[in-house]
Each structure stands twice: as C-alpha cells, then as structure tokens.
Design a binder for this molecule. Sequence first.
Ligand code: DSN
Length: 416
Amino acid sequence: MEELKRVDPEIYALIKDEERYQLESIRLIPSENYVSKAVLEATGSVLTNKYSEGYPGRRYYEGQRYVDRIESLVIERAKALFGAEHANVQPYSGSPANLAVYFAMLKPGDKLMGLALPHGGHLTHGWNVSISGIFWKPVHYMVDRETERIDYDALREMARRERPRMIVTGATAYPRQFDFKVFGDIAKEVGAILLADISHIAGLIVGGAHPSPVPYADIVTTTTHKTLRGPRGAMIMCRKEFADRIDRAVFPGLQGGPHNHTTAAIGVALKEAESPAFRDYAHQTVRNAKALADELNQRGFKLVSGGTDNHLIVVDLTNKGVIGKTGARALDRAGLVCNYNTVPYDPRKPFSPSGLRLGTPAVTSRGMGEDEMRQIGAWIDAAIAKVNDEAALDRILREVNALCRHFPAPGLLLAD
Ligand code: DSN
C-alpha cells in the first residue's frame, strides 16, 4: 500500500493499526472472519470504477463486456454451490437483501413472522425499530423458556393463529441448527412464503456442516462475509417463479448500480468455498465452537441452550455477576474481541444486555483447533473474573498476542 501511504498517511496508518489489531487479537465475533488475499485483491480492483445498472445483457450503460461476464459467472457459481434455481448477487448487504425480498413479495402492512431479536433474530426480521417492523406487521416467535430452543409446536400454533404472509427462518444469535423442513411444512400449511436468512451459516451449509434450506424455502438470503468468508455483500436465491420479482426489487426497486468489485470478490469466495479445504474449515469451525462451549460449561458459564450446534455461542453472564457490556469490554482489553448480546427473556435492555456472543469462524480461518479453544475458554474465564483488574487483563493480552504469532491470519500482509 505504498501509494496509499504517500497520498494519505493518516488513513494508511489507521488501516495498518487495524491490521495489526486483527493479527494480534483473538477475534470471536461470530459474524466476522478473515478473507483470503485473493478476495482482498478482487475487492480492491479496478471494478470499483464501473457503473452497470441492470443485469447481464440488460444494462443501462455501455462498456459492460467484462462486467457482464463477471456477474454471470458469479450467478452461476452461486446457483451451483447452493443448488438454487436463481441467484441475484447485487444486494449491497444483508439488510438491503432482506428488504428487497419484502418489497418484492409483500404489500405494506402484510404480516411478517420472524424470530424475536432478544431470542436471536435479526433486526430485519420484523423488529420494531427496523423498517421491516414498521412497513410490515410483525409477529414474533420465541425460543422456549426452558430449552432456549425453537419450539416447533408453538411455532406451528402461532403460524396457524396469525396466518402470516411470510415466515422468516434464520438468526443472528441462535446457537442451534434450524429444522428447515419443519419450517417449510408450516409455511406450506398456512400458505406463507418461507424466507431463510442464512447469513450466519452460509459457509457451514456449503461446507456440509449444517443442513440447507434450499429444498424447503421459497427464498434464501445470505450475506457473503461471515462463515462464507467473502467480501461485505449479499445474495438472494429463489425459486425461478420469483426471479423477476426479486430482480426488479433489487434494481431498480431499491438499489442503483451494483458494486462490481464486491461481485467479483463474492465470485472468488464462492470458488474457494467449493474446495475440500473449505469443507474441512466448515466442520472445524463447528468442532471449535463445541470445544469452546464445553470448556466454558466446565468453568461454570451458563450457555444459552446449554451449548452449540454451529459456529456461535451465547453466554449469559448473570451467574458471574458481570453484565454483558462490562464483560465484552474486559475481554477486548485482554485481546479477546466479542460483542455483548441479549439472552432470551433478558431482563436487561439491548444496549446493556446480560450476555456475550462468541464465535469461531475467524479463529478457525487462522488454523486454530480445539486445544486453542480450550485455552481461549480459560482466558475468558480469567478475564471475566477480573473485569476491573488492569494488570490481570494485561497479562492475558500478552499471552493472547503470543499465541496469535503462531497462527498467521489469511489476507493480512503486515508489518511495516
Ligand atoms: N451484524 C450482524 C451480526 O453481527 O450478526 C448481523 O447483521
């Protein structure tokens, strides 16, 4: 980045600081990852110079001879990898992708049924501060108070009672597998469209570590930057019959020109995700999450639903006498980066909830395994026990930095 250094030393220095931070810390935010150098190169390519409103072969600008080929290639890769009939690879990110689906398939005021935010659902699944909960009429299913898992009987009963136009499955903080077949059956029974938002688990699905919703859902949305390990972007996949409506909702309904540099980088990530190495990655991500969950369980942490089936863990810190925000800050101070999170039936507010959310996609991309997860569990325990002890947190930070030196992060160049 010599030219960046010369032109804008201030931004250059901040990017380098962030790069060092990503290298030296243990990143446990389940929606974050490290992309490959190939994905970074495509993201930073000359494609950022282009405008190409429309779709391949149907653009409003000339000069699309290469962009058309790139977007067509990425669409074909997405369809092949997920087994989808149609793919739109233009949404700028997950929230616009979900909005495009609602815009395409619902009328204002139609009923939208999604998992409640404090129970692991996403803002765009109809939460009241999001446009999805304002323009459409939200109803929310929740996890069971005892098991902290989705109660499919209660879900069916609610769907029969509420008769939503659309049911959303998928989550941002749900540590268990989804039974997409049951969701599909329920949606069919009540005449609802089923949207599966697989943003968190897309990489696990293509890697064979989580069942796919594609056979059961009418529409599937996903971000491309979480377990899928691509650039910041999103895709919508759907049955052929909905293809035109979805495409028109993305452009011209909601967006202007697609971000072609992102489209190309999504293509690179999809190619990488076809590899046997990616299958190993997906399975190791889950094994790592289970090992970390086991270590935390043994150390007396209360995990939502008791553990995990996927890449993430939600910890209720109430029994440790620490609130989520304080815990997350202490962990960041000790080089363990995560986010505070609500837990089901949380008596606290979302901005200062009772829990933490941890995930293993990024540490697994660095090649860490179960032994490292057990060590991370021990550090989390030590830091949560000493949230106000600067010296103790500093000691952990030095140990974290030392471990990170043995696990180079993909895509990071460092260090000048
Ligand atoms: N913000 C993302 C996450 O962290 O799960 C979801 O949009």
